[in-house]
Design a protein around this ligand. Sequence first.
Ligand code: ATP
Ligand code: MG
Length: 464
Amino acid sequence: MGVIPILNFFRKIIQSALQETECPATRKVKIYARPEHSISRSQISDNALKVLYRLQKEGFEAYLVGGCVRDLLLGREPKDFDVVTNADPEQVRKVFRNCRIIGRRFRLAHVHFGKEVIEVATFRGAAETQNDKQVLNKEGRLLRDNVYGTIEEDVWRRDFTVNALYYNIKDFSVIDYVNGMDDHNSGTLRLIGDPETRFREDPVRMLRAVRFAAKLGFKIHPDCESAMHSAAELLSSIPSARLYDEVLKLFLFGYALQTFEMLRHYGLFQVLFPDTEKSLAAEENGFPRLLLIKALANSDNRIADGKSVTAYFLFAAFLWEPVSMLANEKMAQGQADFIAYQDAANEVISRQIKYTALPRHISLAMREVWSLQPKFNARIGSKPSRLLTHPRFRAGYDFLLLRAETGGADPELAQWWHTYQNADETEQRKMTQPSRKSSGSKSGRKRSYRKRSTANNSAAGTEA
Ligand code: ATP
Ligand code: MG
């Protein structure tokens, strides 16, 4: 055996010993008493308080943990309240009548109060690879993890230090094993333990890092950042149903634009939307980037105004360019426009569902939005009034506006539809008379609004 392998051997032993001493369970716990932190019971939902007090009364430990503690410290309203306890799910069920046990991999109790559900988890046990209850696959991904444990073990299972603070109902203190409070104060997202190992165990943590960074304005710790660059590809091993759920959380909560930019920066977007990434790489005159940016910004603005947003509209925007590009190819091979678009939509959607499992009602709605686009070109006769009654008219029109605002469709066409839908019946009839100059096809006119390709408009031409 040469000198270098021997040195490497000793280095590994020293590294693993160091890692063990890094384990938060062995670190000194910091306890922030009530006057030392900003969480007040008035910020906590009454139902969460009821659950905490009830568990405590029955002799169990009970804490708030995770995102709710993080958000309460920031003075934000938490999305939900997660409780953790040393009672096992069966014991929790005995305490609450309105309780259901869910989950096969790791059993959890859901305590129902009308619409509000308080999730009560039992402390998770420490990681022991040999233990048959914790199973890793060959890439190091955690497949099964269903051992109960203590709070000192539970903390090690959590992702970021700022997500691993425990609010103790017993004395209203915050318990911190991982310097989470310091990271919280400096706005840092730091994985507990070795970043590469933790991303390998569950690559979805990379998406969570981006989501929290965008939502909270925290910065991702440089060690986590570099691990993310090298681990991005691992995300492709995650089941598409879970990735779909995560994508919804990434894009439907008001920080979509920044999230999009960050996902691209870390090489994660290409794993989620490979066709879109390819179309972005072929960017020309701002297409299709402008359309995506505008769609995401609109969606964030709607949320800021308290309005609803739909997943299908954003997915339709993400995949519009791949569909258009593929349809162009098909038309160049002699396929009729309308069929080319339909086939392209089918192909692009069936590829996308391998990465993010779009439910059928979402993909159907996307197809409807796309198929309405050519129909907006028909401005003569009865077609416009029929189109107004289409159940997806509003979304289709919003999509047309989006295209027009970003140079992908004629702004005059969008304006015409704006006027038409707001006009009274007599005016509408006038607008759709064949004699009117403005209502005809624009086939003769030079279109300067989209230099790269006129395919979308030529598809529209067949409908007009
Ligand atoms: P949100 O505001 O989105 O609810 P959150 O941090 O509460 O953020 P949840 O998905 O509700 O996110 O998870 C609750 C807690 O469970 C987290 O704060 C974290 O401690 C732990 N957790 C969730 N997902 C993971 C994961 N993939 N790996 C490790 N710990 C996780
Ligand atoms: Mg939560």
